[in-house]
Design a protein around this ligand. Sequence first.
Ligand code: FAD
Length: 420
Amino acid sequence: MTSRTARTVGGVDRRSFLAGAAAGALLAAPRPVRAAPARVVVVGGGWGGLGAVRALAGRPGIELVLLEPNPAFVSCPLSIHYIVGERPFSDFEHGYATIDALGVRRIREAAVAIDRDRREVATASARIPYDFLVLSPGVEYVEEAIAGFAQARDRLPVGFRPFEQHAVKALVDRFLSEGGTFAIAVPKPPYRCPPAPYERACLVAEQIKKRGTKGKVVVADANPRPLPPPIAEPILEAMRTTYAGLVEYLPDHEVKAVNFEKGALDCGVVDVPFTHANIVPPMRAPRLLREAGLGERWAAVRLPDFRAQGDERIWIVGDAAGTPLPKSGHVAFNAGAVAARAILRRIAGEPEPAAAPTELPAGICFAAVTRDRAIMIAVESSFVPGEGAKSRFHVDPAPTRESSEAAMNWGRSMWQSMLG
Ligand SMILES: Cc1cc2nc3c(=O)[nH]c(=O)nc-3n(C[C@H](O)[C@H](O)[C@H](O)COP(=O)(O)OP(=O)(O)OC[C@H]3O[C@@H](n4cnc5c(N)ncnc54)[C@H](O)[C@@H]3O)c2cc1C
C-alpha cells in the first residue's frame, strides 16, 4: 500500500505515529516559519549518504543531521579480500570521526518511518523534522522470493550489506576446512553490484587451490550469462581455465526454494546439492521508503537530479533509487553530491536548470578474478530529456594486475573522499 493516508509506518500505524508527534516527542520544537538554517536530514551513512553529507557539510545556512545506526562505515566494494582471508577487516572499516568534526549531527539510530505531510523522520526514540531529506539506506533482500530462505536466514548469510561480511567469511572458512560443494546463487537484476557473485565464486575457488580443499564451487545463476554483459566472457573464461574443475557454472538456474536440512537448492526442473550455500536473494528498496509511498519495488526518482517523484523535499540516491544506472558505490557517492547541489540551489532560491542533455553520475567497478588480477568496469551515463538515461561501459578484455592495483587505489581514494 503506497497511499499517503492509509499506510503504516515502520510497523507502527499512522495514527499512533502522529499521536506520538502530538504528544511532544519531537526532537526539536515545531519548525519556525522559515528561520535559517535549513535542516537537511540524511538517512544512511554509506556511499550515497556520504556523497550528500560531504557536499553539504560546512555550508552556511544548513543544519546537517545524519541518521546511521552502525558505529562505522564498512565498504562492500573490495571486501571479498577480507572474506577469503587475504586482507584484514580494518582495511574496509572506517570511522565517522571526520564527519563529526565537520559539525554534522550524527545520530546512531535507524529511521523507522517518514511522515511526509509533517516532514518528519521517526527513529525508535525521536522525531526529527526536516526541510529537505536525502535517503540512501541501501537495499533490502526479498527473502520471500525463495521459499525456505527466511526459516534458515541465520545459516544463510548473504554478505551484500555492510557488516554481513563476518558471517560470510565464517561460512567460507568452514567450507575451506570441511570441503564439499559451495553453492552461490545469483538473482535476476537489478541487484547490488552485478559482478560481485562471480567475483566471490572465483576467489573462493582460488582458496580451494591454495588450501588444498576437497571441494568445488557451483554457481546457480538465474541469468543466461554472467552480469553485466560486457564482463561475461572474461569471467566465463576464468571459470573454464584458471578454475577448471573447481567452478561449475549453471546458467538459467533461478533458485525458487532452499531446503537447508537436505542441502538442496530447488531451481525448478533440477535440484542443486550443496554442503555450504551463499544465496544472493533478489533485492528491493528498504521498507522505510516503500511504506512512505516513495515507490513500489524501487524508489521512484526524477533524473537527472534524483528528486523523489511527487515530493519536492525528498531526494533518493544510492541503490534504493530505481534508475537505469548501475547499482554501484561510486555512482551512489556521485549521486549524493548531485542531490546536494539541487538542495543548495533550492535553499538559495535559484530556479531549476532548464531541461537539457546532462551527464549522470559516473562510476568504476572492479571484479577480482584472482587475488591479484581484476577486471575494471567503467560506466559513463547521460540523460537526454524525453529519451531517458543511456550508459556506456568500458571494460578490460581480460583480468590484469594493473586493474587489481587500481582497484585498491580506487577504494582508498573513495574512502578518503567520503571519510578522510
Ligand atoms: C560484494 C560487493 C562488491 C561491490 N563492489 C563495488 C565496486 O567495485 N564498485 C562500486 O562502485 N560498487 C560496488 N559495490 C556496490 C556498492 O557497495 C553499493 O552500490 C553501495 O553500497 C550503494 O550505496 P548506498 O548508499 O545505496 O548503500 P550502502 O552503502 O549500503 O549504505 C546504506 C547505509 O544506510 C544505513 N541504513 C540502512 N537502513 C537505515 C535506516 N532505516 N536508517 C538509517 N540508516 C540506515 C546502513 O547501515 C548503511 O550504512 C559492491 C557491492 C557488493 C555487495
